[in-house]
Design a protein around this ligand. Sequence first.
Ligand code: G
Ligand code: G
Ligand code: MN
Ligand code: NA
Length: 254
Amino acid sequence: LELAAEIRSAVEQDQFSIFLQPQFFVATGQVSGAEALVRWNHPTRGLLRPDMFLPVAAGAGLLPEIGRLVVRKTLASAFEILPRVDVPLTFAMNLSVDELADEAFVEELLWQIDGANLLPGTIEIEITENTAMTDGAAIERQLERLRQVGTRLAIDDFGVGYSNLGRLKGLAFDTLKLDRSLLQDVGEDEEAENLMATILAMAQVMKADVVAEGIETRTQLSVLEKYHCRYYQGYLGARPMPAERFATWLLANM
Ligand code: G
Ligand code: G
Ligand code: MN
Ligand code: NA
């Protein structure tokens, strides 16, 4: 079977699920939220990560179909978990240009978020730096509508795309997610540390929160502490886990 056709039937057969990867406050180690990452429970090939199918899904125009499942499952997780904890948490999901450009998709997303009656700031939409640079008044308008229903906007993979700082300054975003590659050598290499410090200073000027991504070592974490980076995500804190496991993990780790 051709992969695109297989993806189409996998959507119908509900073979996609989400994993949640926790995010933490650097200063306290408390959990601040989680990012939803899509997985394909393939009947013969096992659990597939997004790079194995999202590019083909994109080419076949299937991203909004998969996105609908991700949105539904992420909101369902938030809805299940939030009443069981007494702290606010942010649930982040990744959206592509294709999804934001799809009027019906955005309408449904707005309707679902609005209907879920969550506290403002509970849902965060991550778009990549390159998506953010897509010159489209329509996409900006959709992002604005999402913000009006209390959704936060994050710029993902920051520092590895093609940013126009002037345009970025004009975008109403809440969070910059610093790409893992920028942080890999922090604590070992002075230049990497200085670059990170400079980006944090820039984020502060832009009044944006920062999530440091791909943090794997105590050394990296201590440098984040030193420069007052607010949040981190990475294997040091926790790996992505099946959404069904997140509530149990959370209750044991708060
Ligand atoms: O850990 P992982 O392999 O899940 O993530 C790989 C990449 O796939 C992430 O960088 C993320 O940007 C992307 N990704 C994960 N889930 C989704 C999703 O639901 N929609 C979109 N558009 N991208 C996703
Ligand atoms: O949306 P984004 O491109 O940021 O997706 C995050 C990706 O990074 C996912 O594929 C996730 O599994 C992966 N990831 C998360 N934490 C770590 C980490 O500490 N180390 C590495 N190597 N990958 C990570
Ligand atoms: Mn992301
Ligand atoms: Na990222």
